[in-house]
Design a protein around this ligand. Structure first.
Ligand code: BGC
Ligand code: BGC
Ligand code: CA
Length: 299
């Protein structure tokens, strides 16, 4: 019997915590608070947090092979120099859509930075629909557009053999898969691999584990769920003491721990009293399955 333990390791009060990424070299967890326009780095050994403020909503952060990080800020793919807190724009998308911003993003196994966009919300998950698109930033800084008509571009990851790309458009309430060509970065043959159940609410961030199963954070569902993308079955539910769970990643020693971000925005005063750790960073141990290291942007 595994004994699962859930702990709030950082009470950051994120308005919308997102994009947890483990950085092995510094034993740290990176994450963003989208509307607060900040990128954070929590040192798991010293427990100290560093925060870098940027000038627009920052929706994802990723490691970079050259050092420092990349991040999606507003509608721009950017490089982020942590030492001097400077931001350098690598590419801009959705230039004709002034109400759009990037949302979730992640680097593929070949070092391309994938991220999708959405219309800015008037309240959580309330927005003009079909305004988003999915993109990737190649190592040469060229941008490829995959498709448009996206509502809320969210969780993404790749199968362990790199032949499948998993993707969530949140308001479809499903997890989709595409065939993936790692060599060219092309996707094809879209299909659904999981349909959310009612109490699981809105599918948000996602990561794969070392057994090829998917972990999906359920926004408003207060849980992460483990899915078998081959059978379409849910294998496990892990409930958290906060409703607005947004994303998850593996980290810690040998990627044996799971980190989960969550949001405060959209909660009323009573909800915040009941869930004082909303907006914090949670660590889950004892899952009995490990994750894999994040990939780094190659440009
Ligand atoms: C977005 C939020 C949104 C949430 C629920 C997140 O990925 O960044 O703005 O409210 O998904 O769909
Ligand atoms: C909740 C609403 C919320 C919406 C978007 C629904 O499940 O009942 O209160 O605004 O999700 O987050
Ligand atoms: Ca998200």
């Amino acid at each position: 019997m595994s004994s699962i333990r859930i702990e709030c390791v950082l009470r950051e009060n994120c308005r919308c915590g997102e994009s947890p990424v483990w950085e092995e070299a510094s034993n740290s967890l990176l994450f963003v608070d989208i509307p607060a326009k900040k990128v954070c780095r929590w040192d798991s050994l010293s427990k100290h947090v560093q925060r870098v403020a940027v000038d627009a909503p920052v929706s994802s952060v990723a490691l970079r092979q050259l050092g420092g990080y990349v991040a999606t800020i507003g509608t721009k793919f950017c490089a982020l120099n942590w030492e001097d807190q400077s931001v350098f724009v690598l590419a801009t998308v959705d230039k004709d859509k002034t109400n759009n911003r990037f949302n979730d993003g992640k680097v593929d196994p070949a070092g391309r930075y994938f991220a999708g966009t959405m219309a800015e919300e008037t309240a959580p998950a309330v927005l003009e629909r079909h305004q988003g698109s999915l993109y990737s930033l190649f190592p040469d800084h060229n941008v490829k557009k995959y498709f448009d008509q996206v509502d809320i571009s969210n969780g993404l990851d790749w199968s362990l053999d790199h032949k499948i790309f998993y993707y969530i458009d949140s308001l479809s309430y499903a997890v989709d898969a595409f065939d993936y060509d790692l060599h060219t970065g092309q996707i094809s043959n879209r299909r659904s691999v999981y349909k959310m159940e009612k109490d699981e609410q809105i599918p948000d961030g996602m990561c794969i584990d070392a057994e090829g199963k998917l972990w999906v954070a359920c926004y408003n569902g207060g849980r992460v769920i483990r899915l078998d993308p081959e059978t379409g079955k849910r294998l496990q539910t892990v409930k958290l003491p906060v409703d607005k769970t947004t994303s998850c990643c593996f980290g810690g020693k040998d990627y044996s721990e799971m980190y989960v971000t969550c949001a405060r925005d959209g909660m009323d005063a009573e909800g915040l009293l009941r869930q004082p750790d909303a907006g914090g960073i949670f660590k889950i141990t004892g899952l009995g399955v490990k994750g894999i290291a994040p990939y780094s942007y190659a440009g």
